[in-house]
Design a protein around this ligand. Structure first.
Ligand SMILES: Cc1cc2nc3c(=O)[nH]c(=O)nc-3n(C[C@H](O)[C@H](O)[C@H](O)COP(=O)(O)O)c2cc1C
Length: 130
C-alpha cells in the first residue's frame, strides 16, 4: 500500500518533489516539422501539472538532427529549441510541478526519411540497410 503518495519528497540540492506522482516521457508527435515546440504541447504539459502531477518528464527530445526518431517529435538540438522548453518548464512550475525531459538519439534506428530533410546531412552509415 502506498501511504505517502501525496506527501512531498525532498530530493538533492534543495529540490522537493511536491508528491510522488511522476509522469513518464510520452512522444506526442505534435511538434513542428523541425521539432520545435508548439502551443499544443505546452498546454498539454500545463494541464498535467494543473492536475496535480508532481513531476513531468518531457518526451524523448532528439539531441542532434541526425538522431531524429519520429515525425513531428520534439528536439533539443540547438539554442533555437530553448524558448519552447522554457515555456514547458514555466507551465509546470506555475502549478508547482517539476519538469525535465528525456534526451534522445536514435542511433542506427534514426529515421532516414527525416534525416534526408536536412540539407547536407551525412549519416556515415549505409542507409539502404536501415
Ligand atoms: C503515447 C506514448 C508515447 C511514449 N513516448 C515515450 C518516449 O518518448 N520515451 C520513452 O522512454 N517512453 C515513451 N513511452 C513509454 C512510456 O513512457 C511508459 O514507459 C510506458 O507507457 C509504460 O509505462 P508503465 O511502465 O507505467 O506501464 C510512451 C508511451 C506512450 C503511451
Amino acid at each position: 500500500m502506498i501511504r505517502n503518495l501525496f506527501e512531498p519528497l525532498p530530493l538533492a540540492r534543495g529540490v522537493t518533489l511536491p508528491n510522488r506522482i511522476v509522469m513518464g516521457p510520452m512522444t506526442l508527435n505534435q511538434a513542428t516539422e523541425s521539432g520545435h515546440m508548439t502551443p499544443w504541447i505546452v498546454e498539454w504539459y500545463r494541464r498535467r501539472a494543473a492536475g496535480g502531477t508532481g513531476a513531468l518528464i518531457g518526451a524523448a527530445a532528439f539531441v542532434s538532427q541526425g538522431g531524429r526518431g519520429w515525425v513531428n517529435a520534439v528536439g533539443i538540438a540547438d539554442d533555437s529549441y530553448t524558448e519552447g522548453w522554457r515555456q514547458c518548464v514555466e507551465a509546470a512550475h506555475a502549478h508547482g510541478a517539476l519538469f525535465g525531459t528525456q534526451l534522445f538519439h536514435g542511433g542506427a534506428a534514426s529515421r532516414v526519411s527525416l534525416l534526408k530533410q536536412q540539407a547536407g546531412f551525412r549519416l556515415g552509415l549505409d542507409t539502404r540497410r536501415l
